[in-house]
Design a protein around this ligand. Structure first.
Ligand code: PZK
Length: 311
């Protein structure tokens, strides 16, 4: 590991803000979730212990939960299932790795919103519509929508994703020998079913799933496959149902604690962010663990233990 928490390897492909991608062989990739945390679009210099394991555990939970809705890219989670060249990294990978099928990724972010927040709220406030879907007038920030909406966006290499209409999605999915309209409808149908399933499960745990961003790809035979991390606090907005108060911005279940501290830290929101004090780190970690435990119904300690013995 380097000082920034990045694994060094000939197989390294690239890093996202908080996770890293490696090539394992011709048809498999390794996703590794770090303990890095971003806030206000900046990666903070202080890691949150176990954050990567919490998020990986949530992805694993949701892949299992949603396998009847859509096949997913997960192949294995045990470091022992990697080729022998990875053996020296088993301890660092355990609990935070997803060994995945290599897919042809769709060049879009697949977003579903059940509530008006973030970019969806901004677009509605400015235009009365989100991704070309006109919504009823008079909605407030944080309001629940009459029905969840599919709001795909571009995948920006840097900066923010741009919302696109369904017709633009069809154009972006066009490829020789493929019915892009049928594929786009399949993506929308799967996304809305995943959201409905997950939102109901979260509601049972006292958590509102405001929105979620999914990634999908195609297997060699053309099957639509769910990829990346799924329904984690880094890819979704989780709100505490007990604190829900529409008519303004909602507290983030996981990140509000760090945002509140940063707001008081006289930081101008430019890179690098400030180091976090120990009590703030432990408070944030506890929030991630609470999200894991409420959603999965399992203790996080049990997740760590099972992963240690998993072969
Ligand atoms: C893939 N990313 C995002 C960026 C990360 C992840 N199953 C797959 N097949 C092919 N490509 C990808 C996947 C997945 N998932 C995902 N980029 C490519 C990404 C940076 C770091 F960990």
């Amino acid at each position: 590991m380097t000082a920034t928490g990045t694994f060094t390897s000939a197989a390294f492909i690239r890093s996202g803000k908080v996770r890293d991608l490696y090539a394992v062989d011709a048809d498999r990739l390794l996703l590794v979730a770090s303990d890095r945390i971003s806030a206000y679009d900046v990666v903070l210099p202080t890691p949150i212990p176990d954050k990567g394991k919490v998020l990986t555990g949530l992805s694993r939970f949701w892949f299992a939960e949603t396998a009847r809705i859509v096949p997913n890219h997960l192949v294995a989670t045990d470091p022992g299932s990697l080729p022998p060249t990875w053996a020296g990294r088993a301890a660092e990978l355990r609990g935070r790795m997803l060994l995945c099928r290599r897919l042809q990724m769709l060049p879009v972010e697949v977003v579903v919103r059940g509530y008006l927040a973030g970019g969806g709220w901004k677009d509605y406030a400015a235009t009365g519509a989100v991704s070309g879907i006109r919504l009823e007038p008079g909605l407030r920030e944080g309001d629940r929508l009459a029905a969840p909406i599919f709001t795909p966006s571009t995948k920006a290499e840097s900066g923010h994703d741009e919302p696109i209409s369904f017709d633009t999605l069809v154009d972006l999915l066009a490829a020789p020998g493929r019915d892009a309209g049928e594929l786009a409808e399949g993506v929308r149908d799967v996304a809305l079913r995943l959201y409905a399933h997950a939102a109901a499960a979260c509601a049972g745990a006292g958590i509102l799933l405001a929105d979620t961003k999914l990634e999908m790809g195609l297997a060699g035979d053309g099957t639509l496959v769910l990829a990346d991390e799924v329904l984690t606090p880094d890819s979704s907005r989780f709100w505490d149902a007990a604190a829900y108060a529409p008519g303004g911005p909602q507290a983030s279940f996981d990140k509000q604690y760090v945002r509140d501290w940063l707001d008081r830290a006289a930081w101008d929101r430019t890179d690098p962010g400030p180091a976090l004090p120990e009590d703030v780190v432990s408070g944030i970690r506890a929030r991630y663990v609470e999200a894991f435990e409420r959603i999965t119904g399992a203790t996080f300690a049990r997740y760590l233990e099972e992963d240690v013995i998993a072969r």
